[in-house]
Design a protein around this ligand. Structure first.
Ligand SMILES: [Zn+2]
Length: 381
């Protein structure tokens, strides 16, 4: 199979041929292609709580209800995503994991798209502000026996844990995670500078949605944002939807984290839904505006999660001149892939054929025309 487009890297007209899910060759083509047709690696979103009205954090009457999420995300160019299970009762977390295992067993599209699970919590800060919307009653100290149980139930699918290193026994816990191939990210934290340094030394390698899941008012210094910015070993994920972080904060994070800054959507179930008022099982009465801001119905200044997806994040960065197309695209593809799946999908010969063809309008908004996953066309506009 073959696909042609202008490379997201340098705009050159290229043809990619692939077979059995692997890229055989990438070569320049003399064919005259429409200039706004861009070909690049598929997007990887390592933080998806839900999408299209469906929630990975809710027990479903039938796990197959969740199958629609992968299909909807293929339409947005997301070829790989990590369902993200947040703080909950440990037994409930087990049930949520088991329904994803069951989904992957019966649905090929979900099996291809879901390459890992992200457990965000329950080992986070109990403090109001850093804890965000995670339910306080289930927040607890890191517990390796629980992670082992969940990892057995998931059949090894847990690839990532977000925790706060403010708990006493965090260092040996992080070391165990790393030994077992689980990436540790710092998030929803009220940790001291020393606790963050200790976590980095133990192997933590990312900050989850840096700048969010934090106190609304913070001491000028020291504080946990400076501490995380100061550590070169820590990459950072951000939510670029125009509501979670002001542009100047994204600009500073880029200067500091450079090629270790990446996008996540952190989408909740209302992502991809029409504007309107909704009731959420966590968060209560909320409003989704036509601009895509999701806030408490009673208070428009309090966000109730992210209603974005990673394609809209890439478009946001381009439209607001916060990143050029190549960089914005890599923040949503190659960079998270390198972190969670080293050497897997690097847009070169011999790597997995996860590709998307997009049209870019004059403002920088990307529209996905075709999505190829493991060499198979899974979406065509
Ligand atoms: Zn979070």
């Amino acid at each position: 199979m073959k696909i042609q487009g202008n490379s997201y890297r340098d705009g050159l007209a290229i043809e990619i041929s692939f077979s059995e899910g692997i890229i055989d060759s990438i070569s320049e083509t003399q064919n005259l292609l429409e200039q706004d047709l861009i070909l690049g690696p598929g997007f990887t979103d390592i933080q998806v709580n839900g999408y299209g009205g469906i929630d990975y954090n809710e027990i479903q009457s039938d796990p197959m209800n969740l199958a629609e999420i992968s299909r909807l995300l293929y339409k947005e160019g997301v070829t790989t995503h990590f369902p993200t299970i947040i703080t909950n009762d440990p037994e409930q977390i087990s049930q949520l994991i088991l329904q994803i295992v069951s989904l992957r067993k019966s649905d090929e599209f979900s099996r291809m798209s879901i390459e890992g699970l992200h457990i965000e919590g329950p080992f986070i800060s109990p403090i109001d502000g850093p804890r965000g919307a995670h339910p306080k009653e289930f927040v607890r100290a890191p517990d390796w026996s629980l992670v082992q149980k969940w990892q057995n139930e998931s059949k090894g699918l847990i690839k990532m844990i977000t925790l706060s290193p403010e708990w006493e026994n965090t260092v040996p816990f992080i070391e165990r995670c790393i030994d077992h191939g689980i990436l540790v990210s710092i998030g929803h934290t009220n940790a001291t500078h020393q606790q963050i340094l200790d976590a980095v030394n133990a192997g933590a390698s990312l900050s989850t949605h840096l700048g969010n899941g934090a106190h609304p008012i913070l001491a000028r210094h020291p504080n946990y944002i400076w501490s995380q910015l100061s550590q070169d070993e820590l990459g950072a994920s951000i939510i670029a939807d125009g509501f979670h972080l002001p542009a100047e904060v994204i600009q500073v994070f880029q200067k500091v984290k450079k090629e270790n800054l990446m996008l996540v959507s952190d989408s909740v179930s209302l992502s991809g839904m029409p504007a309107g008022d909704y009731t959420l099982h966590i968060g209560g009465e909320v409003t989704l505006t036509p601009e895509g801001k999701l806030h408490l119905k009673s208070n428009p200044s309090i966000l109730a999660g992210s209603a974005s997806n990673i394609r809209s994040g890439v478009s946001f960065l381009i439209k607001n001149k916060l990143a050029a197309l190549t960089e914005a695209w890599e923040m949503a593809s190659v960079r998270p892939e390198k972190l969670v799946n080293p050497g897997h999908r690097l847009f070169k010969e011999g790597s997995i054929a996860d590709l998307i063809l997009c049209r870019k309008d004059e403002n920088g908004e990307l529209e996905v025309l075709k999505t190829i996953k493991h060499g198979r066309e899974v979406f065509s506009a």
